[in-house]
Design a protein around this ligand. Sequence first.
Ligand SMILES: CC(C)(COP(=O)(O)OP(=O)(O)OC[C@H]1O[C@@H](n2cnc3c(N)ncnc32)[C@H](O)[C@@H]1OP(=O)(O)O)[C@@H](O)C(=O)NCCC(=O)NCCS
Length: 420
Amino acid sequence: MKKAAGYQSISVPDHRLDEFFQVVQWAFVGEWLLEDRQDYVDALPTERARGLEVEDPDRGEVGQIAAVHASFGTEMTTPGGRRVPTAGLSWLSVHPAHRRRGLMSAMMKDHFRRCRERGEAVSALYAMEAAIYARFGYGMGAQTVKAEIPRGAKMWPVEGADDLTVRLERADFDAHDELVSGLQARLTRPGTVINPVGSGRNARFTDPVGNRKGMEMWRLAIVEDKGEPVGYAFFRRRADSSIGIHDGVCQVREFGALTPAASQRLWQTLTDFDLVETTYTENLATDDPLLYQLVDARGARSKVIDNLWVRVLDVKSALESREYFHDCDVTISITDKHVPENAGEWRIVVRDGDAEVTKADGSVPDLSMDIKHLSTVYLGGTSVEALTAAGLVREHTAGQARELAVAMLSPVAPLANWDF
Ligand SMILES: CC(C)(COP(=O)(O)OP(=O)(O)OC[C@H]1O[C@@H](n2cnc3c(N)ncnc32)[C@H](O)[C@@H]1OP(=O)(O)O)[C@@H](O)C(=O)NCCC(=O)NCCS
């Protein structure tokens, strides 16, 4: 039987959401608490919930949902602080009884088609496993530093940090949605995925009891400058002690700061709770101000891992939705197995920060690459020249890899500041 034959694509209606959630629990290995159901509904963009339903009895019980995915319709910040219409792909799950029959591949096809119809030039996701997505044209668009910062870590002083005040409150959608959304929308770091909203409360406020693992409910630190919010962080703590020594932890999830002083005030607060010895986070950009403000950066035991995976779905629209930092005139040849409209030659002419991208099929290319490599360099965190040195991008005209690299590299490292 042909791969993915015997299944049909469907939109999952609200009355079938529990079937959707069953597939997710099977795939992600976990049993949710009944009391958490509303949190999951809130976090799911239900109008974009899709599934594959069994229609051939040789595949399973007819009518059963075997695989699901959903995506947030949003925008992502691109280098230079511009934005591109983006689909945040999430919830991708195949029931273990239906794995390796091409269902993920079928869902990716479905996702790409619908994104393009909606005018979403980019798809972005967090990967459970790093080896899954390159085959579909995703590239590692941003990296993150996972760090464990010891209590009271010393920082180089930043002017104005001491003048700022901090409010600590339980994170609450009604009280804080506007404040957090407003602050996040002002962050200019490329890769910032703007306010993905589920079906109800913004997904970032969901707090399933089953996920707490002994930690508090999510709390919010809000840094203010004379009453004006200039920074925020979601955090939660867990107290721990043995033989009388307190060894609690604090986990920091999404955070953002508008100024260097706000960043310092925020981290001073997050790394100095009584009874908490270690503060950890997975959301530091590789050039986050904290990494320079810490006197002993090595003391923040850290590790770099992949953050956001990016997939360019519309070469012209995506490339024209960002800023460039050097003029260039480069023709690239793209291969794209999944979105044939992207394949072929494209001429990229950059003048004064703006690119004009035109289809140039038949032209002799300066560089050749797969769409996953264009996707990798899109947010400016990886250099085209580095991928050329790695043998992944091929250079046909000497010097053109550097031309495009300098034009595309971002002055600040990309990062998506929360995982969806
Ligand atoms: C990962 C998952 C979605 C794959 O679904 P699937 O329907 O079995 O995938 P497909 O049959 O369409 O496989 C497509 C290709 O990806 C490969 N692949 C699948 N899962 C992979 C994995 N975890 N790592 C590396 N490659 C993988 C397959 O080998 C296949 O390769 P081929 O085209 O060369 O034969 C599914 O196993 C799952 O739900 N896992 C648990 C939840 C999860 O990890 N979701 C992803 C969230 S980011």
